[in-house]
Design a protein around this ligand. Structure first.
Ligand code: PGA
Length: 239
């Protein structure tokens, strides 16, 4: 895993967006996966500006979701789907056929996983994945102690449930998450892990310098071609 530390979070947004745009220029029909959560929101803005300024053409790109809370979907503000649609897909004017998103309310979560695995396989893997790092090191909903291959439904950890309040302004009765699997993420052709702000300092340190263990899923990116992009606050201990 390579480390890139930038002066502040806005520069992280700009540099991460550049990497995504580079991949799309090389492969206009790339399969791109961008995490929900707060961390990538500045990257959304950079990508939307790039389209406005004719610096990037998203017409042939496909987007795949990273994860979703089981039991909710885009009718719930704070869901991954609502975050990605409102923040990125709708402003980019994407067609529905370009978007493949986990339905957290699907009748069969097994079918939902199978469907997503089929899409990944049909595209011959993910060309670019942008991941946030959870406070406990989770990637998507690959929670501590798990190490999944393909799409899976996993129990949410107590930390994730606690953190969820910031997305929904209240605690929803959420117990499971549906997520792309760790192997699908580690095998993506380009992987960026992004973390900003002081509160991510400890988990960034564990991700990069700690033991490689499924107790900290983000540490499983050690030894891969992933790039860890952080601002100075998050990267203070590892520079
Ligand atoms: P955050 O979430 O970007 O809102 O900090 C990261 C995550 O839980 O993966």
């Amino acid at each position: 895993m390579k480390l890139e530390v930038f002066e502040n979070s806005e520069i992280v947004d700009i540099e991460v967006a550049k990497k995504i745009i580079h991949v799309i220029k090389e492969k206009p029909n790339a399969l791109i996966c961008i995490a929900g959560g707060d961390t990538p929101k500045g990257v959304f803005k950079q990508l939307i500006d790039a389209q406005k300024n004719n610096c990037c053409d998203f017409k042939e790109v496909s987007f795949i979701s990273l994860d979703e809370w089981v039991g909710i979907s885009d009718e719930t503000p704070g869901s991954c789907k609502q975050t990605l649609y409102d923040g990125l897909y709708t402003p980019l004017n994407l067609k529905e056929s370009q978007i493949h998103f986990f339905n957290g309310k699907a009748e069969s979560m097994i079918d939902e996983c199978k469907q997503m695995d089929k899409i990944v396989a049909e595209h011959d893997g993910i060309d670019f994945v942008l991941l946030g790092i959870g406070m406990n090191g989770h990637l998507g909903f690959n929670e501590p102690g798990t190490n999944t291959k393909n799409s899976s439904v996993l129990q949410l950890s107590p930390t994730t449930k606690e953190v969820s309040v910031k997305y929904f302004n209240k605690e929803l009765p959420l117990r499971y998450g549906i997520t792309l699997g760790m192997s699908q993420l580690t095998q993506a052709k380009n992987i960026v892990l992004m973390a900003t702000s002081e509160k991510k300092r400890e988990i960034v340190n564990l991700t990069f310098r700690g033991e490689k263990t499924n107790q900290v899923p983000s540490s499983l990116m050690q030894g891969t071609h992933a790039i860890l992009c952080v601002d100075e606050e998050a990267g203070r201990d590892i520079k």
